[in-house]
Design a protein around this ligand. Structure first.
Ligand code: ARG
Length: 466
């Protein structure tokens, strides 16, 4: 086995010159992939255990290597490890230190392995854990939203389309829309585990290995579900990275839409919510200001997620199969995305827990803009047997009259309504009531109070089960 002398790259026997200073500085991935040290060591331990089981290395060497690897892990955890930035990455750093600790026997660790399968194994192991942590955060988010919904079943808000008042809604129902969005995110991240559970270790540089390795054994040891099928595809594949980036992007898009909505609701014009002082910032000149900066931060950060996935897609486009240096950047993109998503979800959780609902002004806004007009049309269809289009026109005429008289629909007198539609009776006023309007939407998935109660229960159950 070749010796790793004087901290020189392992290929220094073959490549006589040092790398150009600039490339040495920029070409390495150590500052980024340091984060993979635990996974790298875990993967190496599984690998040497398999090599021993397959009689490719002996008992003494296996134990020596595992001892050294555990010690290295300890050194890194305790911040006593001397990272050598002349060595390209975490894999080379660990191998180099293993040589220092146990001598030439360290050279057996890389039997039947390449950094190509090693780095994908590390990244998949890391992503599996990261995915599980994000799922926990998504569960927290939904629990917080469900708590707020529970308290606001009878809080009436205007539902908008085109930002114009449309139909009254229960705030809880609206919040349950957010729950559905995050449920889909959770499902996406969970689904990603299927491909993350395929073990890349053992495909070597790109063609497999002539050693009689047992990939099922390392699969079990590393808690993957099955080995990948094709060595070339395994080395080339970064679909699992794209899946993670897309799931994160979709989640961040949801966060940005919620943030934007809350910014609008918090504006002085809408005044539907107030942000806790913990979640606003002031102005350097306007003493009265309380600005929703954290929400704007959340909305803006979605740009970063879009950039991240675009970077990865651009790297992969047209890249021939197997390993190329281009792929080294996958880790930086994944880590940045992961870190930002965790921050964004945690910040959103803070916002939700500290939201102050201005129930009175929500209610008063819900009563503006003839939001029960559709209810009136529906009522006319039911009571008078009209086709919907005729009822729609009659309702539009009643609205025109109310607008002319500067009244809300329920403020019109019956005789005024009867000028347009003589057959309507006093019962019509029940239809124009906001609560009744909401409660009449009993169709599956609608905003009726009964539906909401059921949906809150259902969402809680789903969260526990799924
Ligand atoms: N530092 C490399 C990366 O992170 C490790 C893989 C190296 N493989 C290779 N054939 N140079 O992508």
């Amino acid at each position: 086995m070749s010796k790793n002398k004087n901290n020189k790259p392992i290929w220094s026997t073959r490549i006589k010159k040092n790398a150009s200073n600039l490339f040495k500085k920029v070409g390495g991935s150590l500052p980024i992939d340091k984060r993979l040290f635990k996974e790298d060591i875990e993967g190496s331990i599984a690998h040497v255990e398999m090599l021993y089981k397959q009689k490719i290395i002996n008992f003494r060497i296996k134990n020596k290597i595992i001892w050294g690897l555990k010690r290295i892990k300890n050194e890194i955890v305790k911040k006593k490890f001397n990272f050598n930035y002349d060595l390209e990455d975490i894999h080379m750093n660990i191998e180099n230190r293993l040589f220092e600790l146990i001598g030439d026997d360290a050279g057996y660790v890389h039997t039947a392995r390449s950094r190509n399968d090693q780095v994908i194994t590390d990244l998949k192991l890391w992503l599996k854990e990261a995915t599980k942590k994000i799922i926990i955060l998504l569960d927290n988010t939904n629990s917080n939203i469900l708590n707020l919904a529970q308290k606001n079943i009878r809080t009436i808000m205007p539902g908008f389309t085109h930002l114009k008042n449309a139909q009254p809604l229960s705030l809880a129902h609206y919040l349950l829309a957010y729950v559905e969005m995050f449920k889909r995110d959770k499902k996406k991240f969970k689904n990603n585990l299927e491909f993350l559970d395929e073990n890349p270790l053992g495909v070597g540089a790109l063609s497999g290995t002539s050693f009689k390795i047992d990939r099922n054994y390392t699969t079990k040891k590393l808690k993957f579900k099955k080995p990948t099928n094709n060595s070339v595809d395994t080395i080339s594949d970064r679909d699992f990275v794209l899946d993670f980036l897309y799931s994160s992007l979709a989640c961040s898009l949801h966060i940005s839409r919620i943030a934007e909505e809350l910014i609008i609701w918090n504006s002085d014009a809408f005044n539907m919510i107030t942000l806790n002082d913990k979640l606003v910032t002031g102005s350097s000149i306007m003493p009265q200001k309380k600005n929703p900066d954290p929400l704007e931060y959340l909305r803006g950060k979605t740009g970063i997620f879009i950039g991240n996935i675009n970077s990865m897609i651009s790297i992969l486009k047209g890249l021939p199969l197997s390993y190329f240096k281009d792929l080294q950047d996958d880790k930086e993109i994944v880590f940045k995305t992961n870190d930002q998503l965790k921050i964004s979800l945690s910040l959103l959780n803070d916002v939700i827990k500290n939201l102050i609902i201005n129930k009175k002004s929500m209610l008063s806004l819900a009563g503006k803009g003839f939001t029960t007009a559709t209810d009136l049309s529906d009522y006319i269809v039911r009571e008078l047997g009209y086709p919907f289009r005729k009822a729609y026109i009659q309702t539009a005429k009643i609205i025109n009259l109310a607008e002319k008289k500067n009244k809300k629909l329920h403020e019109l007198e019956l005789k005024e309504i009867n000028q347009i539609e003589p057959k309507l009776t006093l019962n019509v006023y029940k239809i124009l009531n906001l609560e009744n309007s909401i409660n009449s939407k009993k169709s599956y998935g609608g905003t009726s109070f009964e539906n909401i109660k059921k949906m809150i229960k259902k969402a809680k159950k789903w969260q526990k089960k799924f």
